[in-house]
Design a protein around this ligand. Structure first.
Ligand code: ATR
Length: 274
C-alpha cells in the first residue's frame, strides 16, 4: 500500500495516524501511515529519505512547518501566502509540493461544524509563529473586518502583517498593550504557550460581549486558554480538534482523490479528548 507519514517533534501523541487510518477504512483506501520524529536539525534529511524511499505524502506539524515550506520545489498559493506548510506531496515528476491547509481547515471547522460566520468580525490573532502564519490569510478570506496581530516578539507580528499585504485590515500591536487595545469578536490563540506548558496572561477586556475564542491546539495544550475564555464569558470556546480533522481531510483528498466524511472521525476523537 502507498506510504504516508506525519513529521514533527515531539510526534508521539499525534492523532494524524489514527485519523488517516479511519479515513482509509471509511473510503476503502489501503494505506500505511507512520508518525516520524523529526527534530528540526534533521528534518530535511528525514523528509528527503522518506520521499526517496517511495513515500507519497506527509503531514507536517510543529516545529517543522517552515522547514517543510523551504524544502519543497513547488508551493501552492496557500503555502506561498503562509510561508509555512503542513502538507508535502510527491508529484508525479518527482518534485515535492508544499501546501498549507491550516487556514481552510480552521474556517471550515467554524463555518460548517460550528455554524459561525466570520464576516464583519474584528479578529485578534495571538502569536505570529508557524501556526498563526498558517491561518491568518484564511481569516481575511473569510471576511473579517479587521485582523489585529499581537505577538510577544513584535518583529514577528510585523513580518506576518507585511506578508499578508492588506494594510487596510491588518494591524499589529504590542503584547504589553493588550490591556488597552479594546475588545474583539474573535480571538484566535496561535501561540505555543499551552503546548509548552506556559501560562498566557490575558486581560478579560480583549473579549467582546459574546466573543468567539478558538485555540489552534487541542487537548491539554488548549485547556488554559479555553478556561480563560469561559471566565471571560465568551460565547464560544473551541479547541482546534475540528481544524485538525478538517486539515487531515484536505490532505487525504489530495493524496487519495476522495473526500472523507470528517464528522464521525471528529466525534470519535471528541469523545476521548473533551
Ligand atoms: P508554532 O508552529 O506552534 O506556531 P512557533 O513558530 O515556535 O510555533 O511559534 C510560537 C508562537 O507562540 C510565537 O508567536 C511565540 O512568540 P515569540 O515569537 O515571541 O516567541 C508564541 N509564544 C510561545 N510561548 C509564549 C508565551 N509564553 N507567551 C506568549 N507567546 C508565546
Amino acid at each position: 500500500p502507498p506510504r504516508f507519514a506525519v513529521f514533527g517533534h515531539p510526534i508521539k501523541h499525534s492523532l494524524s495516524p489514527e485519523i488517516h487510518a479511519a479515513f482509509g477504512r471509511q473510503t476503502g483506501r489501503e494505506l500505511v501511515y507512520a508518525a516520524i520524529d523529526a527534530p528540526p536539525a534533521r528534518f530535511a534529511g528525514i523528509a528527503r529519505e522518506f520521499f526517496a524511499g517511495g513515500g507519497r505524502g506527509a503531514n507536517v506539524t510543529l516545529p517543522d512547518k517552515r522547514l517543510a515550506f523551504e524544502l519543497a520545489e513547488v508551493r501552492t498559493a496557500a503555502a506561498e501566502r503562509a510561508g509555512v506548510a503542513n502538507v508535502l506531496t510527491a508529484l508525479a515528476d518527482g518534485r515535492l509540493e508544499a501546501d498549507n491547509t491550516d487556514g481552510a481547515g480552521l474556517v471550515r471547522d467554524l463555518a460548517e461544524r460550528h455554524r459561525v460566520d466570520l464576516r464583519g468580525h474584528d479578529a485578534l490573532l495571538l502569536g505570529a509563529g508557524g501556526a498563526a502564519h498558517g491561518v491568518a490569510g484564511a481569516l481575511l478570506d473569510a471576511g473579517v473586518r479587521s485582523l489585529t496581530i499581537v505577538n510577544r516578539t513584535a518583529a514577528a507580528a510585523d513580518a506576518l502583517a507585511d506578508r499578508l499585504g492588506d494594510p487596510a485590515r491588518v494591524h499589529t500591536r504590542y503584547w504589553e498593550d493588550l490591556g488597552s487595545i479594546g475588545s474583539f469578536d474573535l480571538i484566535v490563540n496561535g501561540t505555543s504557550a499551552g503546548v509548552l506548558g506556559e501560562a498566557l496572561e490575558l486581560p478579560f477586556s480583549i473579549a467582546a460581549n459574546r466573543a468567539l475564542c478558538y485555540d489552534l491546539a487541542y487537548g491539554a495544550a488548549a485547556a488554559g486558554f479555553l478556561a480563560w475564555a469561559r471566565a471571560a464569558a465568551a460565547r464560544y470556546a473551541f479547541d482546534g480538534l475540528g481544524m485538525l480533522v478538517e486539515t487531515a481531510a484536505d490532505a487525504f483528498e489530495r493524496w487519495h482523490g476522495v473526500r472523507p466524511d470528517t464528522e464521525p472521525v471528529y466525534q470519535m476523537l471528541r469523545a476521548r479528548t473533551a
